[in-house]
Every structure is written in C-alpha cells, then in structure tokens.
Design a protein. Structure first.
Length: 224
C-alpha cells in the first residue's frame, strides 16, 4: 500500500497554479488606461489540496516571493492563464511586490483593447473576483506526518498572474490536475494505484483484464 511518506519523494510540479478569491480594484486613468490592483497569492493562509493519497493542507509561506522578485522575473498579466498579455513586468506595466498579505500586483492596462475592456467590465460588474498565479516551486517542506506542505520559495519567471473565473479552491486547478505524472510515484505507490485501477476496470465477463483498453493505457502509463 502507498504510504504518505511517498509524498516526500515526489518532485514539485514543473508548473503549478493556485487561485484565490480577492478584492480587485480598477482605477481609470487618462488615455483609456486603467490600473488594476489585487492579490495573485495570499501567504500564511492554509488551503486544501489533493493528490493520489487524498487531501492535504498547503500553505504558501511569507517570504516565498522574496528571491524571485529580487531577480526581476518576466511575468505577464493574463485572463484565465491564456490569451495575449495585458501587462508585462518587462514593460513596466505590471508591478509585483510581496507584503504581509501576499503577492500584490498592480497593472496598467489599455482599455481600448476589446479583451481588456471585457475583463474590466466583468470586474466592475462583480462577475469575476478571483486571481491566480502560475509558478514553479523551488523549495518546499513537508510536515513529519506528510499532512501539511509548506511552499517556502517559488520562481515566477515566465509565469503569469491571472484574473480567473473560478478557482477559490486550489485543488480544482485544471493545471494541477493535468500535471499529475504517474512516473513520479514510487514502485509501491504505483503498484497500489495499478491495483485500484484493475479493480475499477475489471470486466464483468471472464475476459482477461488486458482486453480493456483503458486499463492497458493505465498500465503503460505506470510502467513507462
């Protein structure tokens, strides 16, 4: 059976996202430009995550952004982690800082653009009120019982901060779900997962389980 200590052997995600309900503010400026402010991450606020062993608690620690911000990372403001950049740290239109609440962002956006105008209108209508950020974990620490994960340092370079439709619970992040890699499991954890898949996809007839295409794909993923 898989043990929770297997979590300690798993490598951090190559790219992760976390989303938070926040208060977004829009201030109109001259020339059709508006300034958008909010928090892309909140520190010292535990939230629930899930992996192949079930739920655990994750917390982004205060100071997790200090090193990456000192390195002037290239970060863009996006909508739902996609589309054209609306602001960019390299251009000076996106400014990031860490305070006692978390990762604060301030962005100057061009309201003459249709996509920007739609986003600002949705914010002002209170139709969207959440933000997310894309990052790589560079230092983390598990509790002795592997029930709590502290994210101690992240890398924001070539990541983004995004206004998002939903995602208050980080465990529902599409990016996090897609990034699961069975190849990172220990042999014991992989065998346990395979046994569970065999029970789930066991055919009702007496045909060999190998005849089930879904199970065959699962075996290939685990053994590859």
């Amino acid at each position: 059976m898989a043990a929770k200590s297997d979590r300690g052997a798993a490598k951090p995600e190559a790219r992760s996202t976390r989303a938070y309900p926040v208060q977004l503010e829009v201030r109109a400026k001259a020339g059709g430009v508006s300034t958008l402010t909010g928090y892309a991450s909140v520190t010292e606020a535990p939230y629930e995550m899930w992996d192949w062993l079930g739920p655990y608690t994750e917390t982004v620690r205060a100071g997790a952004f200090a090193k990456t911000l000192q390195e002037n990372p290239g970060v863009q403001l996006l909508l739902n982690h996609g589309g054209l950049s609306m602001a960019y740290t390299k251009a000076g239109t996106l400014r990031l800082s860490e305070d006692t609440t978390g990762l604060h962002m301030e962005a100057d956006v061009n309201g003459k653009r249709r996509d920007v105008g739609d986003m600002l209108a949705a914010i002002e209508d209170l139709a969207v009120d959440e933000m997310s950020f894309a990052f790589r974990i560079t230092r983390q620490r598990w509790s002795p019982d592997y029930e709590e994960l502290a994210v101690e340092e992240v890398d924001l370079h070539r990541g983004d901060v995004s206004v998002v439709n939903f995602g208050a619970n980080p465990s529902t992040s599409v990016e996090s779900a897609r990034s699961f890699d069975p190849g990172r499991l220990s042999d014991e954890a992989a065998r346990d997962l395979l046994e569970r898949l065999q029970r789930r996809f066991a055919p009702a007839t007496h045909e060999p389980a190998g005849h089930d295409p879904a199970l065959s794909r699962a075996r290939l993923a685990l053994l590859g």
